[in-house]
Design a protein around this ligand. Structure first.
Ligand code: ATP
Length: 307
């Protein structure tokens, strides 16, 4: 069984009478890059602050590394690194000096971790340059360095791509993938843009107005967004045979409820329906489905808004 890094149970946080997040259940497994997606004000930062232990729930519990004992938060925090809001950088200090201050604050023994971290985040050549002269991308990387200084197992990043240019986003993505692959780092990363995390995250939680609308794996998301014809016939196994024999395709799946998702002939609905009907099948449903990531997201969120 895979190890859980985080599990929340009916987690809620209220500010005065309003829920910032409401009865959220998410699971983050070891080795995952979990993308937490939602529009501005959806509740992403609130959840990340709760997970990090910067604020406390109104209701519900959080299991961190398998323990929901509030007395063990400090222990769990030692295994986590986080950038929530802007990392505190000392503008008149170099990257090395900034990391040294954080090393002392965190009580990490030995200075070797500084050189290693600078190397890791691509700032080994930043030399004596003061942080105030850094580009935004460099500042972000230094922030990441601060979060990684203690070699955490779990990294939490709140909208780290905000304000980064496309190159900066690509760089950050590459770095996180590398850390995940080579060091087994588990990551929780939030964004308001689904497509931005699509190439990075392995699992997704989609939040809207404080409620979790969906939690799904990258593969499930890809399947939902892959264009297909959704077919419901009275005899699914015969339907599958017709697709194979008459339409000469195996690019389809029979889902648990008997619905068939056909990924071939997507723009030829007439040909597909004729083949099925000519074999004596009763078509109960036939439609074209599949979306771009962003339209999938807006449909999901739009649907929830209309509830
Ligand atoms: P953004 O991307 O804009 O930061 P978000 O998804 O991170 O949005 P949150 O910052 O978690 O959303 O906010 C969720 C809701 O909770 C919002 O309505 C916000 O106004 C409210 N909220 C957050 N923090 C506080 C606070 N300290 N006091 C009062 N309300 C708050």
């Amino acid at each position: 069984m895979s190890e859980h890094i985080i599990r929340t149970h009916n987690l809620s946080k209220k500010y005065k009478d309003d829920f910032a997040i409401e009865h959220i259940n998410i699971t983050i497994r070891k080795g995952e890059i979990y993308g937490f997606i939602g529009q501005n004000g959806a509740g992403k930062s609130t959840l990340l602050r709760l997970v990090t232990g910067l604020t406390f729930p109104t209701e519900g519990t959080i299991e961190r590394f398998g323990s929901d004992n509030p007395k063990e938060i400090t222990l769990a925090q030692k295994r986590m690194g986080a950038i929530i809001e802007h990392p505190a950088l000392f503008a008149n200090m170099s990257a090395y000096e900034n990391l040294e201050v954080h090393r002392l604050q965190k009580g990490i023994p030995g200075k070797e971790c500084i050189g290693k971290t600078l190397e890791l985040v691509g700032l080994a050549n930043a030399g004596k340059k003061k942080t105030k002269h850094f580009s935004l991308g460099m500042k972000q990387r230094l922030g990441l360095g601060i979060a990684l200084l203690s070699e955490p197992e779990f990294l939490i990043l709140d909208e780290p791509t905000n304000g980064l240019d496309p190159m900066g986003i690509v760089e950050l993505r590459g770095l996180l993938k590398k850390l995940n692959r080579e060091k087994g780092l588990t990551v929780l990363i939030s964004s308001h843009i689904l497509s931005e995390l699509h190439q990075l995250a392995t699992s997704f939680g989609i939040i809207h107005k404080g409620k979790l609308l969906e939690e799904l794996t990258g593969k499930e998301l890809d399947e939902k967004c892959r264009r297909h014809i959704r077919i419901k016939v009275d005899q699914p196994s015969k339907g599958a045979a017709v697709l194979e024999e008459t339409l000469a395709t195996t690019d389809f799946e029979v889902m648990q409820d008997g619905t068939i998702h056909l990924y071939h002939h997507v723009d030829d609905v007439r040909k597909v329906s004729m083949a099925l009907m000519n074999s004596g099948l009763v078509i109960e449903h036939l439609s074209q489905n599949g979306d771009s990531l962003e339209s999938y997201f807006s449909k999901l969120v739009g649907g929830a808004a209309g509830e």
